[in-house]
Unconditional design. Structure first.
Lengths: 262, 328, 283
């Protein structure tokens, strides 16, 4: 399997203060590899730097040092439109991701701008309808509505439809399920799994939730204070963690069928 | 003479609605529940089910838009909405029952040290001027029971971590050893390791006898499973099932509870499980205009005709279990 | 959300009041006599059939003055308010969007101007440039020049909030370029806000002008009539008491119109706040 994404020693230092006094090391020497068709979980508690890594991969923030190689080429050398044709993202707060002024259709329509030649309106409509049906959404229920009229789960599904419409290769899901209820969450997790199984799309799943990471990922990277402290295949790391911090973390996760002993 | 035991908390057919320019939201629409001394009762439900509203109503001081409509809330046999507000404030609140709302750890006054806060609370409650050393000794002892260092008293809120702040809030709310502590989503914003610490401190509080009963509200059933004896499941402003915690997890009766359990992702240190999670189609009802009769019927896979016409009452099915469903 | 707004009773009531007064100001002067024309035969007469609101010191028709005054005050308010909003959008909008040095500079600049004692500055400027016969336009401009920091602050906080919203990133990931993002993503969400800022700036300006006129530093009263100039005889000249109650028809009407207008704006604002303020709506 070919490597689709390779990050080498990614580092991001934020400098706060007008007089440039305090440096904050958000991400330190993060190296990760992602193969085509894999789901990788980037797990860390709040402040571990995982969202910063995501933003760098998505070219929303510039790395202080390090490289991001996407499909063999330096990510920064891609033309932006081509880059976003291949990598898309799903964000944490579905209600924040939609401009409340416009109907939700806009989010689906605007991905077509990433093409060199925009397909005709009829073709666009056909593609949107078939994609929505593929992920189990009835187009009549969704199109023409405003964001506040739909549920969080529906909004997230529409965001997942975007990479499907333009046949992206990689989806970055940054805490995509954190603001959803348990029952809706299950649907989105299963949908992301089907992206990998049916569409061969790779997913970078960023989360603080260990249970979800275990459910969905093939490989996992554990982050703490901006560094990767443990990584490996999920069936090894989750069952036999070697790093003491990781062990402590896993011990603290409440399980459905097992009680803590106090 | 009362022949049956008085429950510590008894809620009977409680209704509380939000009224505003958006209309009337029937957030809590006929809820009945009991909690006894020594029990830890959990209330689980997804967003919009009314569990936080229920907690607010139980606290006796609902937020401005929330109106208590009808029903009874009896604490130790006393209806808190029928007694004089002054009596409620001085005798019941904080002394017999205490309420910690959501996100309360963010509402600590940032310009006051913890000890000043505690001093204010103690003076207001006991109405006397107490010596600083007395107060701080009591407070320090109390905080230590929660696993905090005495030094926390001298700190400002921004110097404390999330878990410490949450425990400080718990400490302040339990200074007077209330019999019943109602706590709403104390751990949602915390890291997983801190969450365990806070849960542990709550269990320790109960073991030490500082609180007798706990009403724990959360959307996360895996957390509830760790410390609750009994569990009530809420949906659409109503309670659909009440069971022992073990029964709720292993033998759920109501279709919603069953669906909820099969949609929860759980960490398993022994094997990897892929697939098998089931989501519930549709969305929770808009409580301004809930579905008629059983509120879950539009999403229920077992829905029958009667579910759309008549509302199922919450009835005891077997020892310790109550369900509101026509299947039983 | 906008549908909630138009159903909000406070908003409708407030807007009705404001629109009524605006209408009064637009239509009123068309049907009345020349407000500045002195009439020595009817000096300081109380209201009667001929003169609805009586006459003033020099025999002017006070009702005509009220109509024209309302119109001119609103005009001054609009010019000053528009000026303040425009500068506010420029200074408060561009800075925070670009962030970094541009933001720090515009913020610092706003803060400095804001802390400056405006009223004394205004008085000095009007006296300097106006002499004794300032035009309404001059007064409006000067008020606008000194009241924009408030507008800039409001716009700035709104832009900062919007910047944090994820839909900006979603737009970037759809290939939308920087400048287009401002126009298509940010501006529509700011529109309602900018309108509020304008309306409030307008009301502040009207009040400021009235204040200036009362101390004789407003538009030249011999050629202009505003609600403020109608009040400038108070406490000076012929009457040594601040509020000459036996001459009530001279000062109560303009004061009333001012008050009712500001009340209308306030109620309108309060209605909008109820709908838009997320904290009041959280259920």
């Amino acid at each position: 399997m070919e490597t689709i994404l390779h990050c080498e020693n990614l580092t991001k230092i934020f400098i706060s203060g007008l007089i440039r006094t305090k440096p904050i090391v958000a991400v330190k020497n993060v190296t990760l590899d992602m193969k085509k068709g894999e789901i990788i979980a980037l797990v860390g508690q709040s402040g571990s730097g995982k969202t910063t890594v995501a933003k760098m991969i998505l070219r929303l923030i510039k790395p202080t040092s390090g490289q991001i190689i996407f499909n063999g080429k330096n990510a920064l050398s891609y033309d932006k439109r081509e880059y976003y044709r291949r990598i898309q993202a799903i964000v944490q707060d579905p209600y924040s991701a939609y401009n409340p002024f416009y109907k939700v259709d806009r989010v689906l329509e605007e991905v077509f701008n990433l093409y060199e030649n925009n397909p005709s309106p009829d073709e666009r409509k056909k593609i949107i309808h078939s994609t929505l049906e593929r992920i189990g959404i009835n187009p009549e229920e969704i199109l023409g509505r405003y964001p506040h009229q739909l549920s969080g789960g529906q909004l997230q599904r529409l965001l997942i439809a975007r990479p499907l419409i333009i046949n992206s290769e990689l989806v970055v899901a940054d805490e995509a399920t954190s603001m959803l209820d348990a029952s809706t969450r299950a649907g989105i997790l299963n949908l992301l799994l089907s992206l990998k199984e049916n569409e061969r799309i790779s997913v970078l799943f960023i989360t603080h939730d260990i249970a979800q990471a275990q459910y969905i990922s093939d490989r996992v990277l554990m982050m703490q204070n901006g560094e990767v402290i443990e990584q490996g295949p999920s069936d090894r790391v989750f069952i036999h963690p070697s790093n003491p911090y990781t062990k402590e973390l896993f011990d603290s996760v409440p399980q459905l069928r097992k009680k803590w002993k106090f | 003479m009362i022949s049956k035991t008085i429950h510590l908390l008894e809620i009977k057919d409680l209704r509380g609605y939000y009224r505003g320019i958006f209309g009337v939201v029937r957030a809590v629409d006929g809820v009945s529940l009991t909690a006894d001394c020594g029990e830890v009762v959990g209330i689980v439900g997804e967003s919009g089910c009314g569990k936080s509203t229920l907690a607010q109503l139980c606290s006796g001081s609902p937020s401005p838009l929330l109106h208590y409509e009808s029903g009874k809330i009896l604490v130790n046999g006393v209806d808190i909405y029928k007694i004089d507000p002054e009596v409620f404030r001085t005798e019941v609140k904080c002394q017999i029952m205490s309420y910690i709302p959501q996100a309360s750890m963010d509402s600590l006054n940032p310009v006051k040290r913890v000890r000043d806060f505690i001093m204010d609370v103690m003076i207001e409650r006991t109405g006397q001027k107490l010596s600083k050393s007395e107060v701080f000794k009591t407070a320090g002892d109390h905080l230590e029971k929660l696993g905090l260092d005495r030094g926390v008293l001298d700190r400002y809120p921004h110097e404390l971590s999330g878990g410490m702040k949450q425990r400080v809030v718990i400490g302040i709310s339990t200074l007077f050893h209330p019999k019943l502590l109602t706590i709403d989503e104390p751990t949602s914003a915390l890291d997983v390791t801190t969450q365990k610490l806070v849960i542990k401190s709550l269990v320790n509080l109960k073991k030490a006898g500082i609180i007798e009963s706990l009403l724990f509200i959360s959307h996360d059933i895996t957390v509830l499973g760790q410390l609750c004896d009994r569990c009530a499941v809420m949906y659409g402003g109503k309670i659909v099932e009440v069971d022992t915690m073990d029964d709720t997890l292993n033998n759920p009766l109501h279709p919603y509870t069953q669906a909820l359990i099969s949609s929860v992702v759980s960490y398993d240190p022994e094997k990897m499980v892929k697939g098998g999670l089931k989501s519930i189609p549709g969305a929770p009802p808009d409580l301004r205009d809930p579905p008629p009769a059983c509120r879950f019927h539009p999403r229920c896979e077992y829905a029958m005709d009667i579910c759309q016409t008549k509302e199922p009452p919450l009835e005891a099915v077997k020892d310790g279990s109550e369900v509101a469903c026509w299947l039983y | 959300m906008f549908d909630l707004l138009v159903r909000s009773p406070k908003f409708i009531f407030g807007t009705a009041i404001v629109l009524a007064i605006i209408l009064f100001g637009i239509i009123g002067p068309v049907f009345t006599r020349d407000p500045l024309k002195p009439n020595p035969h009817h000096v300081a007469e109380s209201p009667s059939g001929v003169y609805i609101l009586g006459t003033g010191d020099l025999g002017e028709d006070l009702f005509a003055q009220l109509c024209m005054g309302t119109r001119n005050s609103l005009m001054i308010g609009a010019i000053a308010g528009g000026f303040a909003t425009f500068v506010g959008v420029l200074v408060g909008g561009i800075g925070p969007y670009k962030s970094g040095l541009a933001d720090e500079t515009s913020n610092a600049f706003t803060n400095v101007v804001m802390v400056f004692p405006m009223l004394p500055l205004l008085i000095v400027l009007v006296a300097l440039f106006g002499g004794g016969n300032a035009s309404m336009f001059l007064v409006a401009t000067l008020i606008g020049l000194t009241s924009w920091p408030w507008a800039a602050r409001c716009i700035r906080s709104q832009v900062l909030t919007l910047k944090e919203r994820e839909f900006i990133n979603v737009a970037r990931m759809s290939g939308v370029k920087g400048r287009k993002i401002v126009i298509t993503e940010i501006m529509p969400n700011m529109l309602a806000y900018i309108i509020i800022v304008f309306v409030v700036s307008l009301s502040i300006a009207i009040l400021t002008e009235a204040g200036l006129s009362m101390i004789g530093l407003g538009p030249d009263p011999s050629s202009n009539v505003t609600l403020g100039t109608m009040l400038d005889f108070l406490g000076t000249g012929s009457t040594s008491i601040a509020l000459p109650w036996n001459y009530w028809w001279a000062f109560i009407p303009p004061g009333l119109v001012l008050t009712i207008f500001l009340l209308g704006v306030f109620i309108m604002q309060s209605g909008m706040d109820e709908v838009f303020n997320p904290r009041l709506r959280r259920v």
